[in-house]
Design a protein around this ligand. Structure first.
Ligand code: B12
Length: 212
């Protein structure tokens, strides 16, 4: 049995060896999807600790970089139990991290889970301006656009992107979901998105409800 709190602490401590050995033992036990999602949530809480220690001046940018690599490797171990790419296609999502923001771990987790649920995901990458989202939407005609961002400034870029959809006359053709640490109900309303979440699994459920 995985001790989720101990996993959160190990991520917060940036104890890579402990994180990897815990996750390898966990995956070897063939956990359920729900348990794997709980492990992701535990890692996410560990990253919040890293962020807090960075703000308090105990960790530095080098530690953030290390934390990013650590979590990317951790998610690689979890991928097989988070679900494989489904062969049945239930919908299309254009996904990206918005302009000014280089964080992509949360986006990548959402992509993996959405693909496992049967979505075809067009991931346009990090630091993507509004026009890049607009162009991709025009090209692949998705039902859904997912925008990711963890910096406070990402909220502004998300609003710019929704405004660009309106200006291009394509806002009514798509549902927009935003995700990442700073998104809230209020931010969602201001941005003009249809839904928000700080949990990838919940995000996938919302997207599934839109294509049913
Ligand atoms: C790792 C990290 C980095 C790494 C990122 C590596 C990478 N490849 O992503 C690096 C080193 C690059 C980095 C750089 C910086 N960072 Co940084 N970083 C973090 C840290 C510690 C973890 C982020 C993370 O991966 N979290 C874990 C993931 C799993 O969580 P998540 O993103 O929220 O994603 C989940 C959900 O939100 C959801 N989700 C996410 N996206 C989407 C999208 C959709 C559509 C859906 C449905 C769901 C969804 O699903 C995920 C799983 O459930 C955070 C701390 C924190 N509290 O987040 C700081 C943090 C975000 N960083 C911060 C800062 C200040 C910076 C720098 C400015 C530092 C510097 N001085 O250079 C730069 C900025 C670079 C830039 N322009 O973007 C601040 C931001 C402050 C602010 N309010 O804006 C934070 C909050 C740290 C802090 N407390 O001060 N960082």
């Amino acid at each position: 049995m995985l001790d989720y709190e101990a996993l959160t602490k190990a991520v917060g401590d940036l104890d890579e060896e402990d994180v990897m050995s815990k996750l390898e033992a966990f995956v070897a036990e063939n956990p359920s999807h729900e348990e794997a999602q709980k492990a992701v949530a535990a890692c996410q809480s560990g990253m919040a600790i890293v962020g807090d220690l960075f703000e308090q001046g105990e960790y530095f940018v080098g530690d953030l970089i290390f934390a990013g690599e650590l979590l990317t490797n951790a998610i690689e171990i979890l991928k097989p139990v988070l679900g494989q790419v489904s062969s049945e296609k239930i919908g299309t999502i254009v996904l990206g991290t918005v302009a000014g923001d280089l964080h992509d771990i949360g986006k990548n987790i959402f992509r993996s889970m959405a693909e496992a649920a049967g979505f075809e995901v067009h991931d346009i990458g990090i630091d993507q301006p509004a026009e890049a989202f607009v162009n991709k939407v025009k090209e692949v005609n998705p039902e859904i656009v997912g925008m990711s961002g963890v910096l406070t400034l990402a909220l502004e870029s998300m609003k710019d992107t929704v405004d660009a959809f309106k200006a291009a006359g394509i806002r009514d053709n798509i549902k927009v979901i935003i995700g990442g640490n700073p998104v809230t109900k209020e931010a969602c309303e201001q941005i003009g998105a249809d839904a928000f979440t700080t949990n990838a699994a919940e995000g996938v459920k919302i997207c599934q409800s839109w294509v049913q």
